[in-house]
Design a protein around this ligand. Structure first.
Ligand code: SAH
Length: 350
């Protein structure tokens, strides 16, 4: 177990002690061997009602063509991933609050469950409780909602303070999801401007408090048409790319040691930064050895994929590359199982 002081001192230096990685790998191997759960990620729309200062699909970005994938296209994608032997899909989009959107989501979940029996992860922002309940009863079982920033004071450095951007509502939604029965995934952005070790410690504490079934953290990567980009242009400093990459790796190891049993994702943002310096298999090897055990190749059609522009030069995370990369990194891709985290089994079969 790591004490507060140990964690803080880990966060204050750039080094990753060898024994931290060794310990994390020991825990990883004990609970999930060398397995890596694959989930097919489909980004159904880049339309968003929010204006997060770090995010490229923020509603104020007028340079971005907006898209919304239709059911026919989605069916084709489901067929494709089914043929590749996927059993787990993740559906992500900007935050859209509209009846039409909700009806579409219900159709998607119904199709994915009744026709393909996929295990479904949703990542659609802070939807109202009623629709979250409906989607659960139609068969969705996992929900990914990062809290992004752990304390209200810092949250409003990167968000407006209004009805659509409420720290309170984001946290409340996480508890609602748990209450409904979803396996909840959450996490935060690593290396935002104005970050420091003490803030990061608070992010870690909130993860410990929420005890999620899945942890999804990712390094912040600037995007041109965002408020934060303007700040960077004016000279506000952030950690360099390599340091952000390794800080994320270090955090994965810390979480594997602290919480042991949740799934932890090797995020696309992490892979985007890592592959600027290392071959993919090395990046995956860093992440998986530190304790990551989930990866989400993107199956959004290529035209739309480019428009899901959360940040610059997003890694083209294709199935084949990730599959081969995982094998080359000496880990084992798992597609034919849902990939529940150990935390889920412990909760349900005690
Ligand atoms: N609308 C959904 C999905 C958001 S996109 C929601 O609100 O949860 C998924 C994640 O991308 C976000 O949670 C955020 O942490 C991450 N993201 C956004 N902008 C980013 C950036 N510039 N760099 C790295 N990650 C970013």
């Amino acid at each position: 177990m790591l004490s507060k002081n140990e964690i803080l001192s880990l966060l204050k230096t750039k080094e990753i002690p060898k024994d931290l990685l060794e310990e994390a790998y020991k825990v990883r191997k004990y609970y999930s061997g060398r397995y890596v759960f694959f989930r097919a990620l489909i980004e159904i729309s880049n339309i968003c009602q929010k204006a997060c200062f770090y995010c490229g699909v923020n509603r104020e970005n007028k340079n971005l063509k907006r898209y919304y994938i239709n059911l026919e296209t989605l069916k084709k994608i489901f067929e494709k991933v089914k043929n590749l032997k996927y059993t787990s899909v993740a559906i992500q989009s900007g935050e859209i609050i509209s009846k039409k959107h909700f009806e579409f989501l219900k159709k998607i979940v119904t199709l994915a469950k009744s026709k393909y029996n996929f295990e479904i992860t949703l990542s659609l922002g802070e939807l109202p409780k009623k629709i979250l309940k409906d989607l659960f009863s139609l068969g969705a079982r996992r929900y990914l909602l990062r809290f992004e920033v752990a304390t209200p004071k810092r949250y409003y450095l990167y968000h407006y303070k209004d009805n659509l951007h409420s720290y309170e509502n984001r946290i409340k939604t996480l508890y609602t999801l748990k209450e409904i029965g979803y396996q909840v995934g959450t996490g935060f952005l690593v290396g935002l401007p104005f970050d420091n070790p003490l803030n990061l410690y608070k992010d870690i504490r909130l993860i410990q408090k929420l005890k999620p079934d899945m942890i999804g953290i990712g390094p912040y990567i600037p995007q041109k048409y965002t408020k934060l980009f303007n700040l960077l242009e004016k000279g506000v400093k952030i950690l360099n790319e390599k340091d952000r990459f390794f800080l994320n790796i270090k955090l994965i190891a810390i979480f594997r040691i602290l919480l042991k049993t949740p799934n932890i994702v090797a995020s696309t943002a992490l892979i985007t930064l890592g592959t600027k310096f290392f071959p993919l298999e090395e990046v995956l090897n860093f992440a998986f050895k530190a304790g990551a055990n989930v990866i989400m190749p993107v199956f959004t059609p290529s035209k739309e994929k480019k428009l899901y522009a959360l940040y610059e030069n997003k890694y083209f995370s294709e199935h084949e590359k990730f599959y081969d990369g995982t094998l080359k990194a000496s880990f084992i891709p798992v597609l034919e199982r849902y990939g529940n985290p150990i935390s889920y089994y412990i909760r349900n079969f005690k």
